[in-house]
Design a protein around this ligand. Structure first.
Ligand SMILES: O=C(O)CCC(=O)C(=O)O
Ligand SMILES: [Fe+2]
Length: 324
């Protein structure tokens, strides 16, 4: 299996106010060609990231019965998704826990955190410290992406405010359980999918590869065949894996992996691409370690009341062609 690595862009977002033209050009190029890229100069230290991974590990080490008390709320998308292989077949076991921003009026997030910190007190450090860092980084990325579309810098950022009662943004971890490479029938730890939100900040662990990406996505694919966009988002017309070309996207030290999601693809009128990706399981023909694989995710989402209204952009001129 010879999968070439793509030339993913690495965008240094430090000193944004002084370098915004450059940064927005790079972000926009990466988001509108492949839809996956790396971000450096984000201000999260290695120690802080190590600690955030340790908090996730501590959570997953709890007994199953204990974790079962935090069942995922599918509307808020916070809580624990159990060790199932629910969405598709041929998937190695994985679990996930996500938390919301603990804003003054965000009752769901407050209740979940209050309960969780009785067993893992460090959760508070994650929800109030690490997730705020992620929010700040997300705001910077969104400013750059708005400028590149000729919009006001704040065009996408307005709803990203942790103090709104219906604040969005979820942070947490995926835990892909240890898996034997001699289980030939199970190839994926996560099946091919696109993410639903504006974008995901993905922190990959060093030495735990597996993420694969198929670059770009055609605009018409994202229309969900005319059905409501945010319902059944994983039932989009999705090309079969055989016709897609996947490339590995390995962890890079001190770099955050960023992938555009469906909501930003829609909000940017298809300019920024929500890209299909998957996570490969250990197998005899790859070098993926059989150990667990933990990934830390922050799903950037605006408050629920935010109006998502696209504005004119370069790709829109294509729309009438597909409607004919
Ligand atoms: O764990 C990874 O590398 C990918 C995670 C992912 O695709 C997701 O949580 O949506
Ligand atoms: Fe994903």
């Amino acid at each position: 299996m010879a999968l070439d690595q793509l030339q993913y862009e690495k965008v240094d977002i430090s000193d944004f106010d002084k370098r915004k033209e450059d940064i927005s050009r790079q972000l926009s190029h990466a988001a509108s060609t492949i839809g996956f890229f790396y971000v450096t100069g984000h201000g999260i230290s290695e120690e802080r990231l190590d600690r955030a991974f340790a908090i996730g590990k501590k959570w997953f080490d709890l007994a199953l019965e204990q974790k079962a008390e935090y069942k995922l709320d599918p509307v808020e998308y916070i809580g624990w998704k159990d060790q199932g292989v629910s969405r598709k077949t041929a998937r190695a076991p994985k679990e996930q826990i996500t938390f919301g921003h603990v804003a003054p009026d965000n009752q769901y997030a407050i209740a979940l955190e209050a309960k969780a910190k009785k067993v893992v007190p460090e959760i508070e450090e994650f929800t109030r410290g690490f997730m705020d860092d992620c929010l700040r980084i997300s705001q910077t990325i969104l400013r750059g992406l708005a400028i590149a579309l000729g919009q006001d810098e704040d065009f996408f950022v307005k709803g990203l405010d942790r103090n709104l009662p219906d604040a969005g943004g979820q942070g947490g971890w995926n835990n892909y359980l240890p898996f034997s490479s001699s289980s030939p029938e199970t190839k994926w730890r996560s099946p091919t999918h696109a993410d639903a939100e504006l974008f995901t900040l993905l922190f990959q662990q060093q030495g735990r590869p597996g993420l694969e990406v198929t670059p770009g996505r055609e605009f018409f694919n994202a229309s969900n065949n005319g059905k409501p966009f945010l319902k059944n988002w994983d039932k989009f017309t999705q090309p079969p894996d055989e016709v897609l070309t996947f490339h590995p996207m390995p962890p890079i030290k001190n770099a955050i992996t960023v992938n555009i999601g469906d909501l930003l693809m829609r909000w940017s009128d298809g300019e920024y691409l929500s890209t299909y990706h998957r996570v490969r399981a250990p197998a005899p023909d790859n070098n993926i370690p059989e150990t667990e694989r933990l990934s830390l995710v922050y799903f950037a989402n605006p408050a629920r009341s935010t109006v998502i209204q696209a504005s004119a952009c370069r790709r829109c001129v294509l729309v009438p062609v597909f409607l004919l």
